[in-house]
Design a protein around this ligand. Structure first.
Ligand code: C5P
Length: 231
């Protein structure tokens, strides 16, 4: 293996569009499925989070998967190991590509999640950006997850670089991404797609800038263009 091969993440998606994860933060299954139809081929995966999952249930994931697209299931699981293991087992049959858990749940919980994950990739959330943690805090939680076998993290653009350097071979998924000129909404620390990718993100998660856009297709194309030329 040459140096380039070892540095390059094997799962780095080949097309810029495939590195975009669209957050389906909507209330109905119909709306979610419409977004999939509208944006098919323009994104690599769709994020089902607590909003849609709480409204629609597991069916949301199953129906989106039936459209032949990938899903990131963002449930941020955090409970005793056995409870998390049962939840992971339950959702694994739905076929999401990624499933999030809180690193704060500890090594035993994370290992329990990994044991039941099947084909899913378990992604660790380190510290919520809303908590104003330091980079050191993030690395402490990430280390627990990494040493338990996790090789994928949700991280802001600010933490993507340090995580990538400290935990080689990990996939980094970065939310809080805004194309230049877009509203920050409630995201405290936003980055452009270009900056997030340059910082080391493999995937960017974007929601409202697309969902609330007057021209979502154009917004997604702009994001893909910015990913294609990260420097
Ligand atoms: O609409 P917006 O682009 O801000 O959506 C970002 C998505 O990423 C939301 O679904 C949110 O829950 C999620 N997320 C985040 N910040 C984190 C972790 C997840 O915004 N630190």
């Amino acid at each position: 293996m040459n140096t380039m091969t070892t540095l390059m993440n094997p799962e780095s998606a080949p097309r810029p569009q495939d590195r975009i994860i669209l957050a389906l933060d909507v209330d109905t299954l119909n709306s979610a499925l419409e977004w999939v139809e509208r944006t098919r081929g323009l994104v690599g995966a769709y994020k089902v989070g607590l909003q849609l999952f709480s409204r629609v249930g597991p069916r949301a994931v199953a129906e989106i998967r039936m459209k032949g697209v990938e899903v990131m299931l963002d449930l941020k699981l955090h409970d005793i190991p056995n409870t998390v293991a049962q939840a992971v087992r339950a959702v694994s049959v739905l076929g999401p590509k990624f499933l999030t858990v809180h690193a704060a749940g500890g090594g035993e919980m994370i290992r329990a999640a990994l044991r039941e994950a099947g084909e899913m990739r378990v992604v660790a959330v380190t510290v919520l950006t809303s908590l104003n943690a330091t980079e050191a805090d993030v690395l402490v939680f990430a280390r627990v997850a990494y040493e338990s076998g996790v090789r994928a993290f949700v991280a802001s653009a600010w933490e993507a670089g340090p995580l990538r350097r400290t935990f080689p071979g990990s996939i980094i998924i970065t939310p809080g991404v805004r194309p230049a000129g877009a509203l920050a909404h409630d995201q405290a620390r936003v980055a452009s797609p270009r900056d997030a990718i340059a910082a080391g993100a493999d995937y960017v998660v974007v929601g409202r800038p697309v969902i609330e856009s007057e021209n979502p297709v154009e917004t997604l194309q702009t994001i893909a263009t910015q990913i294609a030329a990260p420097n």
